[in-house]
Design a protein around this ligand. Structure first.
Ligand code: IVH
Length: 717
């Protein structure tokens, strides 16, 4: 099955390797499924798992009933009451290449071929994103949620009904919807509970700030939130759900007792006519039904007969894997027709009618060579890992953040460890944790150095803070980081003033503080004389600086490197105070009275302006011609008030987050489900069932051009 796995031909040697792998994989699965605290990166698990499969394929005597390959998930050993699934919750087999995916599709198609002329059994495929969450089974009896259970070992899971009922996405009662018909007597719907990426990042950032241990990834955060004994704790977490499958189904009659392990379900024959309007003959019809009865279904789904389109879907989402609001790790391709699924059947572990294409991992393991620290623009000191370079989804990682000393200790990473590093989207790669089984003897716990490596000032860790700080405002590294941030995209956006130029300007003594940047036009000759600089690049830089003088106040504020002050807060402050002078003389209470600004931010900003040299710095900028006023609110500011807009599929000019921001900054609501109250649905590439729902409900459908027009004018076409 795998060309890159080496399998010994000798059965004794194979058994020896098998014996080595089994406990490691068992432990990894226990930690992953039961403790929500994985011991190794998913990709590393996959490599070892594939090796185990290859060993068993070459030497079938190793594939005993007690091998982990015969199990699904992990055995249940839990504080939650057991729940026996009426239909087993299977796992999926994986493929990692186009060839293997197509080989699977061919196998499935030939499994359906009857050889009889005229039979057209070529399958229709449903392609879905593979959500990296926690599998859940919801059993509805007569349309009311009876139990929610995790997968467990595939046969028996853990009952988490009360926890799941705290989730907004989970209907307690199915909506008869536009069907108007009765719900099935019993249905097990299967899906994935996930922690939305944005909320996950915000939560981890808050945990770092509070000196608490961070979650390794959104999946673990979801699993941790779901497995809270006290459901009111789960209720505080923004868990979401996508439904992607069906288990047991009984359309009518008396539902069996869901708590009876021997319950018999009167399963309908998928080849027979549908009962009423509830059509479960195909998976896509099932997904539509979910949408109608209020069960959430991910929009990013494609139904097609065309093998090339299946690959295009995989390819598209592999390069847009960070666009969805939830984390994905692959694409699941399924046979649509349920009768065809019955023909193909399942193995003990996984169905033959579905396959998971796994995307290249965003985590990898590598050697932790050293831990160094960097003093940032606000004086905050961040430890970072220097690792043996490793490629993760096309980018070479050499450095990865470790946040602060508490995190280094909480994760127990030590120099010399093999560590797993993770790169999600554009965020800085981070160290997830060590592979403990590979720790070298004598590896020691790391401690924060006593002094700033840049200026030698003793580092301090304020009471109640997770971070250490260098409090020297003249710390050379602090100034360098401040200056490169000053010219950065979120601040004054000065083309040509990046880290390298900032360093050069400081090293050459052409600037000593941020305000000096605005006096550089008087140093044109010195700039041109710098090694490697041409007149044109100098003039471009000076033109960029000149333009930056007119940037709105919020950008200037972001550029000042005040703790806790990011673009959103800066906009609020600039909008409320109107100009720099009013803000500089305001007290912390006046700032935190503004909606969206808390006392911590208010105090940080007031503390900044209480320092004489900071006020002098701002005055110097003003004297050098920097505009200190907030922008007039744009005419488009509130064109979308009272509008509720859904975006589905991929847009060319906007990521999901950008589209959401564009809607919200104009006073509109960006929502994820389509209802009769939706103002419009914006449809991009590979849209999902939301577009169909919009059509059903007569909600206006906009393409990207119409969306841009709407953003500019507030008008629907
Ligand atoms: S279908 C018979 N569809 O991935 C199993 N599973 O690694 C049918 N998953 O057990 C599963 N997204 O928990 C399916 N769109 C999707 C999925 C999905 C995530 C999970 C599911 C499954 C696991 C296998």
């Amino acid at each position: 099955m795998d060309d890159d796995v080496e399998v010994p031909g000798d059965v004794a040697a194979a058994r020896e390797r098998h014996d080595e792998l089994v406990p490691v994989l068992r432990d990894a699965r226990y930690r992953y499924y039961v403790l929500s605290d994985p011991a190794m990166a998913d990709a590393e698990f996959d490599v070892r798992w594939r090796e185990l499969l290859a060993l068993e394929e070459a030497h079938p005597s190793l594939a005993t009933a007690t091998s982990p390959t015969a199990e699904v998930g992990a055995p249940v050993d839990s504080a939650f009451p057991p729940h026996r699934h009426l239909e087993p919750m299977l796992s999926l087999d994986n493929v990692f290449s186009r060839e293997d995916l197509q080989a699977w599709q061919e196998r499935a198609a030939s499994g359906l071929a009857t050889g009889r002329e005229g039979d057209d059994l070529a399958p229709t495929w449903v392609c879905e994103l593979k959500i990296d969450g926690v599998a859940i089974s919801l059993t509805y009896v007569d349309g009311v949620l009876a139990t929610a259970a995790t997968r467990g070992d595939g046969t028996t899971g853990e009952t988490v009904t009360q926890q799941v009922l705290t989730m907004d996405d989970v209907p307690y009662r199915l909506d008869a919807g536009s069907d108007g018909g009765d719900p099935p007597a019993l249905v097990e719907v299967r899906g994935e509970i996930y922690y939305p990426v944005e909320a996950f990042e915000a939560m981890n950032a808050a945990r770092v700030g509070a000196g608490e241990q961070v979650f390794a990834n959104p999946r673990n955060a979801a699993s941790g939130a779901l497995r809270q004994k006290d459901p009111s704790v789960t209720a505080t977490r923004p868990l979401s759900l996508w439904i992607h499958g069906i288990g047991a189904l009984q359309l009518a009659g008396d539902a069996p007792d869901v708590d009876d392990p021997d319950a018999v379900v009167d399963t309908p024959d998928p080849t027979e006519e549908a009962v009423g309007t509830t059509d479960f003959a195909t998976h896509s019809a099932f997904l539509d039904w979910c949408g109608r009865v209020g069960l959430p279904v991910a929009g990013e789904t494609l139904v097609t007969d065309d093998t090339d389109e299946v690959w295009d879907f995989v390819d598209h989402w592999t390069s847009h894997r960070h666009d969805p609001t939830y984390e994905i790790d692959g694409v699941v391709v399924k046979v649509d027709d349920l009768a065809q699924r019955q023909v193909l059947g399942t193995t003990s572990r996984a169905p033959r009618w579905a396959i998971a294409y796994k995307m290249p991992p965003i985590e990898a393991t590598t050697l932790l060579r050293d831990i160094e620290i960097n003093t940032g623009r606000t004086g905050r000191v961040t430890p970072f890992a220097v690792v043996e370079p490793v490629t993760v989804s096309g980018v070479t990682i050499t450095y990865a953040t470790l946040h602060n000393e508490i995190q280094v200790h909480a994760k127990d990473v030590r120099i010399g460890d093999t560590v797993s590093v993770r790169r999600a989207g554009d965020v800085i790669p981070e160290v997830v944790g060590p592979v403990l089984s590979e720790r070298p003897d004598g590896a020691e716990t790391w401690h924060m150095p006593a002094d700033c490596p840049s200026c030698g000032t003793p580092l301090v860790r304020p009471e109640g803070e997770g971070h250490h700080f260098c409090e020297n405002v003249d710390c050379p590294n602090r100034i360098l980081e401040s200056l490169s941030h000053f010219g950065g995209r979120k601040a004054l956006d000065i083309e040509g003033l990046g880290y390298k130029t900032a360093k050069l300007l400081l090293d050459e003594g052409l600037v000593a503080d941020l305000a000096d940047v605005f006096a550089l036009d008087a140093r044109r000759d010195d700039l041109v004389a710098l090694e490697g600089w041409k007149e044109k690049s100098v003039d471009n830089l000076l033109a960029g600086i000149e333009a930056a003088k007119a940037q709105p106040l919020d950008r200037l504020l972001v550029g000042l490197n005040i703790r806790h002050l990011g673009p959103t807060v800066a906009k609020l402050l600039a909008g409320a105070f109107g100009d720099m002078a009013a803000l500089a003389t305001a007290d912390a209470e006046a700032m935190s009275a503004i909606d969206g600004i808390g006392p911590v931010i208010g105090e940080a900003v007031a503390a900044f302006f209480a320092v004489d040299r900071n006020r002098a710095l701002v005055d110097k900028m003003r004297d050098l011609g920097v505009d200190m006023a907030a922008d007039e609110p744009a005419a488009t500011a509130d064109v979308l008030v009272d509008m509720s807009i859904v975006v589905t599929g991929t847009l060319e000019g906007f990521s999901r987050t950008e589209a959401k921001e564009a809607i919200e900054s104009r006073g509109g609501k960006a929502t994820s489900s389509v209802s009769g109250r939706t103002t419009a649905v914006v449809v991009g590439d590979s849209p999902g069932s939301k577009a169909d729902k919009a059509r059903d409900l007569d909600v206006p459908i906009l393409d990207e051009a119409a969306f841009t027009h709407l953003l500019d004018t507030g008008e629907l076409p």
